[in-house]
Design a protein around this ligand. Structure first.
Ligand code: NOJ
Ligand code: NOJ
Length: 487
């Protein structure tokens, strides 16, 4: 708390500076340079902390702990969801590695993770199938009470390992291992990806617990990552000559799409996170949840099915943002992006349930940054923005009260040479930056991110050094780089 207090004051100081340089309006302001420097530093630190969560001493190789904390809260487990999201970052690190030593280091982590994942699949658990949410750090089953199954897990693991398999095949590295351990064309299968795909293809109709481990029913998040796993997996199966399976997986994905469409609620103009509720958390009345935005980030293949820039997703994102703006006291600060939590009715404070009320989360706030960069990139790539009766108000609000905003009309198609198009893209990127500035404001003195930050004081709260918080910061930053690299 002491160090966070100091950071808090330092950061407040920084923002006064930022504010002044914005008002004075110097072309290359000290402030933006400082923000850029912070982004670079925070990316480096986030990597360091994230690596500390991978197979720490006393755990078996391949384990990714959610966070180092062993009590209040106890996050010292290998969660299928968290570990997949962390290892997705490691695949990119492997791709970007500059030295053979680094390459080998990341490659070993990925091999270990794949082998450990296979071991998880072979371990008998209470849920019986592959939807077991977490394992002990010696690889044994966790047999306590828990919300199980969680069927986003096998899908996320398949997505990440499929990405790894495709990469190794392309590089011609360890291809025999890929064909035996990752995807083996056999039924029954002995390989990790095919096991997850078979599980997903046969069980996607069943209800399961959501990514927050609280609510049972049908979830947009779970279904989006299941769909992506099946399509990515179908491509891999085809590449490896498993044609029948390839077709079967892609057929299941098509059937899933019909169900995913039912999450859109045209009366409320939002995508509902959960439908067909059948147990667990009964107090999520708004239907709004950042899980929808994360579902698009982790699940969209940018193939036109719930793309980030589509009206339904945009509407949901803005609606949810408005809720959090009013809900959290820290959001009274107008110069930063809105601090985002999980869902408005949340009462998990990072330690226990029901004692206090929910807070903003780092992974949700960085997720919003990543989301808006991706929307801006999609617009840039398409070279056009379609103004519709649904997104009109939202685009206007993005332009604030500028006189140009009055020109916007539903039915218009803004083309890339038009000033309004450029303005909208620029504004979207600025909005995205503001979310990262929000993260900056609440980050610990040495770049630490916990799970949450307090809704009133802004201090770090919940599990310290949560791997997923770092992963989501890093991927947001990469999405920002991609936006600027895009012509
Ligand atoms: C721990 C879970 O991981 C978290 O998502 C949940 O909100 C709390 N338990 C309360 O159920
Ligand atoms: C609670 C979160 O709700 C859940 O999504 C996550 O998997 C666990 N914590 C571990 O980080």
């Amino acid at each position: 708390m002491m160090t966070s207090g100091l950071t808090f004051r330092l950061v407040v100081g920084t923002y006064i500076l930022v504010f002044f340089s914005l008002v004075v309006g110097s072309p290359i302001s000290h402030a933006s340079e400082e923000f850029e420097n912070w982004l670079t530093r925070q990316t480096r630190l986030s990597h360091q902390y994230l690596l500390n969560d991978i197979s720490p001493e006393g755990t078996v190789p391949g384990v990714v702990i959610a966070a180092p904390s062993k009590h209040s809260p106890d996050y010292y487990y290998h969660w299928i969801r968290d570990s997949a999201l962390v290892m997705d970052v490691i695949i990119s690190d492997y791709e970007k590695a500059m030295t053979p030593e680094d390459q080998q280091k990341y490659l070993k982590m990925l091999f270990d993770y794949a082998e450990f994942s296979r071991r998880n699949q072979e371990t008998p658990t209470r849920s019986g199938g592959l939807g077991e949410p977490k394992f002990n750090v010696d690889g044994s089953a966790f047999n306590g009470e828990w919300g199980r199954p969680q069927n986003d897990g096998p899908a996320l693991r398949a997505i990440v390992l499929t990405r790894f398999a495709k990469l190794l095949l392309k590089q011609g590295i360890n291809t025999t291992w890929v064909r035996q351990r990752l995807y083996d064309n056999q039924i029954p299968t002995h390989s990790v990806i095919k096991s997850d795909l078979e599980y997903t293809a046969y069980h996607w109709r069943e209800s399961s617990y959501d990514l927050w481990e609280e609510t049972r029913g049908q979830h947009f998040y779970t279904r989006m990552v299941q769909r992506r796993a099946l399509i990515d997996g179908s491509e891999l199966a085809h590449q490896l000559g498993d044609e029948g399976a390839s077709e079967w997986y892609s057929r299941q994905a098509k059937l899933l799409e019909v169900e995913i469409d039912h999450h859109w609620d045209p009366n409320q103009n939002q995508i509902n996170a959960t439908i067909d509720w059948d147990g667990g958390n009964p107090y999520k009345s708004s239907g709004l949840d950042v899980a929808v935005i994360l579902g698009v980030l982790h699940g969209s293949r940018l193939d036109g099915f719930f793309n980030p820039e589509q009206d339904q997703v945009l509407m949901t994102a803005f609606k949810l943002q408005k809720e959090f703006k009013n809900l959290f006291e820290v959001n009274r600060n107008e110069n930063l992006g809105v601090a985002i939590g999980r869902y408005p009715e949340d009462i998990y404070d990072g330690y226990s349930i029901g004692v206090q009320i929910g807070n903003p989360w780092f992974l949700a706030t960085s997720g919003y940054a990543e989301y808006f960069y991706r929307v801006a990139s999609q617009w840039k790539q398409a070279g056009e923005i379609r103004v519709t009766s649904i997104n009109l108000d939202l685009l206007k609000s993005l332009l604030k009260s500028s006189p140009e905003s009055q020109q916007l009309k539903a039915g218009q198609v803004l083309m890339s040479h038009q000033a309004l198009f450029q303005q909208l893209i620029g504004r979207m990127q600025e909005e995205a930056d503001l979310y990262l500035k929000r993260v900056q404001y609440h980050t610990g003195a040495d770049g630490q991110l916990s799970e949450q930050f307090n809704r009133v004081t802004g201090f770090l709260q919940g599990a310290p050094n949560l791997g997923w918080s770092y992963a989501s910061f890093i991927t947001a930053l990469w999405e920002r780089d991609r936006f600027f690299a895009e012509k």
